[in-house]
Design a protein around this ligand. Structure first.
Ligand SMILES: [Zn+2]
Length: 162
């Protein structure tokens, strides 16, 4: 593999929590008393992944592809946005090698939902599950994450240009 054909990208996202639920993370509805707020379905993890893919391929960012001023993006399913972004990346000649993600949430415990989240993402990206890593951390009870005001996510993606 020619190392010059490798591209790396990073994505980060934050959404505010409000009373409600369920909590949609990584395309999975987790039973919880709070939900994330946003123009779309506010899936913080899928947004970070989408931006990592777009970043690695230098195709812009999620806000450019799916503006929050567009009515069609209101309450939009982020799995659909991720799939569309992945299709653009593939059209530009890139192949995804792997992604590694972190969810920052004080609650709920993400470990119980990790398998479902990993499968959902792998399916959306048409990627083997062994190439999708999802980790989680609390906010150690400090800052907006630790106080339960928001949830954040980060993702790094490696692409290969054939
Ligand atoms: Zn977002």
């Amino acid at each position: 593999m020619n190392p010059h054909s490798l591209r790396i990208g990073i994505g980060h996202d934050t959404h505010r929590l409000q009373p409600g639920g369920p909590l949609r993370i990584g395309g999975v509805d987790i039973p919880f008393a709070y939900e994330l707020v946003g123009h779309s379905d506010a899936d913080v993890l899928l947004h970070a992944i989408t931006d990592a893919l777009l970043g690695a391929s230098a195709l812009g960012d999620i806000g450019e592809l799916f503006p929050n001023t567009a009515a069609e993006n209101h309450n939009r399913d982020s799995i659909e946005m991720l799939s569309l972004a992945a299709a653009e990346v593939s059209k530009a000649g890139f192949q995804l090698i792997n992604i590694d993600c972190i969810i920052f949430a004080q609650k709920p415990k993400m470990l119980d939902h990790r398998a479902a989240i990993t499968s959902t993402i792998a399916e959306a990206l048409k990627l083997e599950k062994s190439r999708v890593s999802v980790k989680a951390k609390t906010g150690e009870s400090v800052g907006p994450v630790g106080k339960g005001l928001s949830i954040e996510a980060q993702c790094i993606a490696l692409l290969y240009q054939a």
